[in-house]
Structure formats: C-alpha cells, structure tokens
Design a protein around this ligand. Structure first.
Ligand SMILES: Nc1ncnc2c1ncn2[C@@H]1O[C@H](COP(=O)(O)OP(=O)(O)O)[C@@H](O)[C@H]1O
Ligand SMILES: [Mg+2]
Length: 481
C-alpha cells in the first residue's frame, strides 16, 4: 500500500502527528527493521514511551520474553510464507487480510500483559515506495481481551450446552431403554398372566368335572346302600298284598260257587237237587267269616299299595329331576320327610326320629341336593348309634334371613382330633366298603353352592349335632357382586 498520497506527500512531522493522533495503537518499521513510529496509543497500552523504542529493533520486547520477528518484521523480510509456521500456530489465527493485499492478521494471548494477561489482535501491512518496493511496514494492534473472554465464555457455554445435550441425550436414551425394558417386561408379565389364567380356567374346569363325578359316585354309592333298604321296604307290603291276593282269589272262587248254585235254583225253583247244592256250597264257605275278612284284606292291601306308592313317590322326590341345576322354591319339610322315608330302613332298627319342625317358608334351592345333604347327615347319625337304641332329632327354624336345620344324634360322637378332618374328601372311620368318606365333603360343597353353611358340634360318647344354614332366597353370583 502506498501509505503517502501521491499528490502531496506528507512531511515527517505530519506523519508523526498523524500517527500520534490515531487512537489505535500502531507502530511502523523501516526496511532495516528499525522502529520509525510508536504512537501515543501504543505508549499507553504497552507502557513504553516512543523515545525508548524509535530507532531500535525492540518491537518484540513488549510482547515476548525472547527476541523474535513480529508481523511487521516478517513483511519487511519478505519471508512470510516460509517462516510463518515457526512463529504462528493454529490458535493464533494467522491469516491474510481479505481487504488489503499483502496485509496479514493474527491474534495472541500475552500472559504477562495487564496483570491477568491480554488478548491482542495484530494487523500489519507493507509500506511501499512509489515503485512498489517494500520500504517498511506498519502494524496496528487492538486489545480484544473483552471480546475474546466473551467469545471464550460463549464457547465454554456452548461446550457446556453441548455436554448437557449429550448428557441429556444419554439420559433420554437410558430412560427410553428402561421404558422399553419395562414395556417388554410388562408385556411378558401380561402374557404370563393370560397363560396362567387359561391354565387356571382349565384346572377349574377339571375340578368342577371331578367334583361333579365325585358327586355322582357318592350318589350312586348311597343309592346302592339304600337300594337294599328300599327293596325291603317295598318287599314287605308287596309280600302281604300278594298273600292277601291269593286269599281273596279263593274267597272269590267260593263266592262264585255259591253264586252258581243260586243261578241254578233261580232257573228251577222247585228243584230239590239245586236246593241241596246251594246249602252244601254255603256250608263249605264260612260266609260270615268272609264278610268280615274281605274288607279287612282289601283295606290292608290298599294300605300296602299306598305305602309302595309313597315310597316310589319319595324316591322320585328325593332324586328330583333338577339335575340341570334349576333353582326352585321348595318345601324343605316335604323334602326331609321323603328322605326319611327312603332311609327308613337304615334308621328304624337303631333310633327313633323326633321332628321339631318350625314354621318354614319355601326356600329357593336345589331340592335334590338339599335332600342329599339331609340323607348324608341322617344316615351318618344312624351309623353313629351303636348298641342301645338312640334318638335322632330334626329341628327346623328361621334365623334372620336364613333357615336352620339341626340334626342331632345320641351316637358315639366324633373324636376331637377328627373333627377338623370330617369334611375332607375320603376321610372315613368306617370299614372299607361301608364308608366312602365323600358324604360330608360333598354336603359341604352343596351348602357352599347355596351360600349357606354346615357346622358340627360333638361330644365324644354323647352325640353329635350338625347345623345347616341356608338363605331363604338364593342370590346368584352376579346379584352378590
Ligand atoms: N353323626 C356322626 N357321628 C359321629 N361321627 C360322624 C358323624 N357324621 C360323620 N361322622 C364321621 O365323619 C366321617 C366322614 O363322614 P362322611 O363324609 O359322611 O363319610 P362316610 O360316612 O362315608 O364315612 C365318618 O366316617 C365319621 O367318622
Ligand atoms: Mg356318610
């Protein structure tokens, strides 16, 4: 750059004046690297007066601890490209000026300046003669510490921010992973739950089936047990009805014989022979005895037939066709009576039945199942009575919204250690073939199904009382919930 205007070159004092008036710290050197100008701003910022500098080659001194070329020296030496790498590094941001050809810029930190050190920005340009030859160089500097520290702060904040972003990204990724893991676990747990549920439903179904089968087998077992008794009960009346029938047959034969004789006499009223035949027939048959005996036989037979009919009816009642499990309003006393009738043969030789029936309303239940429970309890009671003739009392009453049936016996009682086990399936103290151990466990199940209960009180050697509680109105599962 041509520092001096072509028209009217400035004189040396004018140039010095211009230099000193410039508010930017600046200095100039000549082709021998000697300082020609060192302005007031330079004096001020670097603290060295121009008098000490002008005419020396000490331009490095305010900045460096050892002698080395500054930018202006490199320009004057014309060795910029070759040596710049030795003195300026990446951090120093050495670069060519985009505005002035041949000018260069750099910035550096000087730790020993201004107490805490200073960032200085240098910009140097060649001074050329009119012919274009480099005759010196001018260098200006700027204190950019404030910008630099702001820039550094900004960079640090930027770095901090980036670090934070990285950290947050990591945290987010971790949280995300954890969430995904949680989700995986939850999905797995849900699948497991569904599987368990299916398993449970299956087990439940099998259990219901097994219970249904148990119930059926206990029913068959008790029917088997009862069959003999029922056969006996029926056989007895059938026996005497049959024998009455034979007697009545001979009576009718005799009566018909007399009737024949009468008819003969009627056709020929004067026949002596017919008259004798009639007398003989009447003498043969003790007509007076027949007159008494026939009604007696008839009524006895009728009574027998009625008993058979009653037993058949009770059997039907007992095993009512509510196997489809239909809840019905039933008269429990009728059910108990039918049941007693059927098991009569099991009881009548061992105990008297005492009925203390209260005033019961109809009860919504599965009647044949309740009959089965009563039968189990009554037969168990009869089995418990050994030796001396005993008593089985059946007491019914309404308690709150329930009805209560007590079946009390004067049997041998239950050993205390067995009381907690009698409702277990297959628990029996009876010899093989006599007890299945299922009666009470099934009774328990039936009472549960009715939302009722079955309880026991027993004194060894004195007797046992079973108490059934049954809601009058059945509430289905849905109604309950
Ligand atoms: N009234 C009772 N008196 C004494 N013991 C009883 C009575 N009822 C039940 N038990 C005891 O409970 C056991 C289980 O009864 P249960 O389940 O009906 O089966 P099982 O009658 O086939 O033995 C009986 O074997 C008996 O020991
Ligand atoms: Mg039993």
């Amino acid at each position: 750059m041509s520092f001096l205007s072509s028209q009217k070159p400035l004189s040396e004092p004018q140039i010095s004046e211009f230099f000193d008036g410039c508010p930017v710290p600046a200095f100039a050197i000549d082709s021998n690297h000697l300082i020609t100008h060192w302005n007031k701003a330079c004096e001020h910022i670097l603290g060295i007066p121009a008098a000490q500098m002008v005419g020396t080659k000490n331009q490095w001194k305010p900045f460096y601890l050892y002698e080395r070329p500054v930018l202006a020296d490199l320009i004057v030496a014309g060795s910029l490209e070759n040596v710049v790498g030795a003195y300026y590094h990446d951090d120093d941001k050495f670069r060519s000026s985009v505005v002035i050809p041949g000018a260069v810029e750099a910035e550096k930190f000087f730790p020993h300046l201004g107490g805490e050190g200073r960032w200085l920005y240098f910009s140097a340009a060649p001074l050329r003669s009119r012919s274009g030859e480099i005759v010196g160089a001018i260098e200006v500097l700027q204190d950019v510490t404030a910008q630099k520290s702001a820039e550094l702060d900004l960079r640090r904040m930027h770095q901090d921010l980036e670090l934070l972003v990285v950290k947050r990204t990591h945290e987010l990724a971790a949280a995300n992973e954890k969430m995904e893991e949680d989700l995986r676990r939850r999905t797995a747990a849900e699948a497991e739950l569904v599987r368990r549920n299916v398993e449970l439903t299956e087990v439940n179904r099998k259990l219901s089936m097994a219970q249904e089968q148990l119930m059926q087998s206990e029913k068959l077992a008790s029917i088997g047990q009862l069959a003999a008794g029922v056969a006996h009960e029926i056989n007895n009346p059938i026996g005497y009805i049959f024998s009455n029938f034979s007697t009545l047959e001979t009576y009718i034969e005799s009566l018909l014989k007399i009737l024949n004789a009468y008819e003969k006499l009627d056709r020929n009223r004067d026949s002596q022979e017919a008259c004798e035949e009639l007398n003989a027939a009447r003498e043969d048959v003790e007509i007076d005895y027949l007159k008494e005996d026939i009604p007696a036989l008839m009524s006895e037979s009728r009574e027998g037939i009625t008993r058979v009919r009653k037993i058949v009816q009770d059997l039907k009642d007992f095993s009512r066709t509510d196997t489809a499990l239909e809840w019905q309003w039933a008269n429990l006393h009728q059910g108990i009576d039918s049941t007693l009738n059927i098991v009569n043969n099991e009881i009548k030789y061992k105990a008297d039945i005492v009925k203390n029936y209260g005033d019961l309303p109809d009860v919504e239940c599965l009647p044949s199942q309740i009959n089965q429970v009563v039968m189990n309890l009554v037969v168990n009671a009869a089995h418990a009575i050994d030796g001396r003739r005993g008593k089985i009392s059946i007491t019914t009453k309404v308690v709150d919204k329930d009805i209560q049936i007590e079946i009390e016996d004067t049997g041998g009682g239950i050993a205390p250690e067995n009381v907690s086990r009698i409702f277990d399936p297959f628990f029996t103290t009876k010899p093989v073939g006599q007890g299945t151990g299922l009666g009470l466990s099934l009774s328990y199940g039936i009472m549960q199904k009715h939302h009722g209960s079955i309880n026991v009180r027993s004194v060894l050697g004195q007797g046992t009382t079973f108490t059934l509680r049954l809601p009058i109105k059945h509430e289905s599962q849905e109604e309950q919930s």
